[in-house]
Design a protein around this ligand. Sequence first.
Ligand code: ADP
Ligand code: YYY
Ligand code: MG
Length: 239
Amino acid sequence: MWRRFAHLSLSISRTKLQSLVRDPTVLKLINTFSSDAGNDGVASSRKPFITFVLGGPGSGKGTQCEKIASIFGFAHLSAGELLREEMSSPSENGELIRNVIKEGKIVPSAITISLIKRAINSATSDKILIDGFPRSEENRIAFEKIIGVEPDLVIFFECPEEEMVKRILGRNQGRIDDNMETIRKRLKVFEDLNMPVVEHYSSKGKVHKITATGTVDEIFERVRQVFASLRYLKACLSF
Ligand SMILES: Nc1ncnc2c1ncn2[C@@H]1O[C@H](COP(=O)(O)OP(=O)(O)O)[C@@H](O)[C@H]1O
Ligand SMILES: Nc1ccn([C@H]2C[C@H](O)[C@@H](COP(=O)(O)OP(=O)(O)O)O2)c(=O)n1
Ligand SMILES: [Mg+2]
């Protein structure tokens, strides 16, 4: 196996490579991206590489996810978008979802996770961005229990409240929750329920915090570096 890394030996020591290959995220990269892994005992099952994209309302999750999807080939699943579609379809949960969203609260995990699960199963990429989920510890614990996996990576967009409010009020998508009364509730729910999720994954070393101020392109440059380093690892490891 080490002969395959020979070209890297000038820049990365063998010890460093060994520690990288033991790293769970790198092992997942091998499993997800490598076409003929397995010769060296590396599992070849293809499980999706899951990235949770978190941040307050209006922090730019959706905007940045679109760019990550188009440049790095990820499937972009937005929990809020899946719920809005379900709300507008003749679904038995439509009324409940509408009321919860209007109140700035969080839809019961079973509903959101069943939509996410369906979207993962029909995604055309093994690399998945889940935008705006998990929104609470209850969301997180239910996902890990029902889907049976943890995210490989968590991106957290850190943005001041006044900037988030300004962006939401300028969003102009006709959303029932983009008004000042609901925004206040959503900001409180974000602090009280979503930040503990960020803290949980931070303690596991999975969070990449991105400063979400500046232009879309300036922020994407910070995001790009995270995904480019994953792609670099992939290039090193897909033998
Ligand atoms: N860096 C930015 N500067 C100014 N406006 C932005 C920026 N990023 C996104 N926006 C705009 O702010 C609004 C909220 O962005 P969005 O991506 O929908 O955030 P989120 O999904 O986190 O709520 C959208 O109208 C978007 O076009
Ligand atoms: N995991 C989730 C995600 C969104 N929701 C509901 C509650 C959220 O305020 C709305 C809108 O979510 P969305 O991610 O689209 O909102 P922002 O992009 O952060 O503005 O959907 C939820 O209940 N559970
Ligand atoms: Mg969004």
